[in-house]
Design a protein around this ligand. Structure first.
Ligand SMILES: *Cc1c(COP(=O)(O)O)cnc(C)c1O
Length: 379
């Protein structure tokens, strides 16, 4: 089968290999069969292995959910906060703001530690908040803020959380299986992702990787959701090997293939590939005169936030549509105060795709009468 290859430069879902696409075409199967449960058991172990949780002193486990990545944020916050305790949301961007909103929806007692979005979290501010609030039981942040591309110092934030007796939960949706993570070394008790980002698989499957003893303890915590309770889902997996409710069957097959390909490529080689794609994005942007919003040293190496040029002919929509027609997807920004778009180094792509993209982007600018190199009012 010949499938058109699109290069997705949006922050997920990402470009997949044909072998992952084709892995979805399988004989019909009832997911309650032993064969399917066995596949998920193996997958849970593999997902722990990707963040090196299998060698940690306290055992880690993976719990799968049917849903987009946000389901993990919902699950972790509503399930892991004991009665009468507070969550500290260390917030320097749109994804941690989403976590704050989850707290608001569930009525969870929380502190929104709102920090500047154009730089990594200041760990001293986290320390102060923890010292002032001894009832914080859960510290939460986003590893790689996909909205801006900023990388947060999880190891240091996690160490602060642990010094104050709190568990540390990270949203690693846009770093898992890309930036190497070692849960024990990085002081992470819970991390999360969905299959369509770093794993380069299909949408609809998400998972939390975290400490089994904490999940068991959470059986005693208030039950705030039925579908999205971490202990209930974990317990069902442990007893039956299955998801509590219907899993996304074909997506699970694709994820299995993607995990095989992840281990074949290897953690370091994969990260090196994302890094060279990221460098190629920077090179192409600077050749066209585009400016970054976030200082280079604060960028995680996966997402570039680009400032709109000051050109009366500039139109993100028209540039987007031209690129889209030529097989490349670019994405709007997520910084409410600045006009930006984003280019992301996720997915099964390499430098040659980025070079081909910049040929098309330049044509898009020229076709729309936008100056090349692009211009900015401020020097
Ligand atoms: C993509 C992403 C999510 C999940 O978004 P969904 O649209 O629910 O898949 C969560 N956090 C971060 C940091 C992300 O990049």
């Amino acid at each position: 089968m010949n499938i058109k290859r699109n290069v997705l430069l949006n922050p997920g879902p990402s470009t997949t290999t044909d072998t992952v696409k084709m892995a979805q075409i399988v004989p019909d199967i009832c997911p309650r069969e032993k064969e399917f449960a066995g596949m998920m058991r193996q997958m849970r172990e593999d997902l722990v292995r990707i963040v090196h949780g299998e060698t940690a002193k306290s055992p880690y486990t993976a719990v799968l959910f049917c849903g987009s990545g946000t389901i993990n944020i919902d699950v972790c916050l509503n399930s892991l906060l004991p009665e009468g305790k507070k969550a500290l949301i260390v917030n320097n961007g749109a994804y941690s703001t989403r976590a704050r909103e989850v707290c608001e929806y569930y009525g969870l007692t929380h502190i929104d530690l709102s920090l500047p979005i154009d730089r990594p979290v200041d760990v001293a501010a986290v320390e102060r908040a923890l010292a002032e609030n001894p009832d914080v039981a859960l510290v939460y942040t986003t590893h790689h803020e996909t909205g801006t591309g900023v990388l947060n110092p999880i190891r240091e934030i996690g160490a602060a959380a642990h010094r104050h007796g709190a568990i540390f939960v990270i949203d690693s949706t846009s770093s898992y299986a890309m930036i190497p993570i070692d849960v024990e070394r990085d002081n992470v008790d819970f991390c999360m992702a969905s299959a369509q980002k770093g794993l380069m698989a299909m949408t609809g499957l998400s998972f939390v990787v975290g400490r089994e003893d904490v999940i068991r303890r959470s059986a005693e915590y208030p039950k705030r959701s039925y579908y999205c309770n971490l202990f209930l889902q974990y317990d069902f997996f442990e007893k039956t090997g299955e998801m509590h409710f219907t899993p996304p069957v074909q997506t699970v097959y694709a994820a299995r293939q993607a995990i095989r390909e992840y281990f074949e490529e290897g953690e370091q080689a994969k990260w090196a590939r994302h890094t060279r794609v990221f460098e190629a994005i920077h090179k192409g942007l600077s050749e066209l005169g585009f400016r970054n919003v976030i200082k280079r040293e604060h960028q995680a190496g996966l997402v570039v936030s680009v400032l709109y040029p000051d050109d009366e002919n500039w139109s993100f929509e028209r540039v987007h549509d031209y690129c889209y027609e030529h097989g490349f997807t670019i994405y709007p920004g997520k910084i409410s105060t600045t006009n930006t778009f984003r280019l992301c180094a996720l997915g099964a792509i390499d430098v040659s795709d980025i070079e081909a993209f910049f040929v098309v982007l330049k044509q898009a600018l020229v076709t729309n009468g936008i100056s090349v190199p692009v211009v900015y009012k401020e020097k």
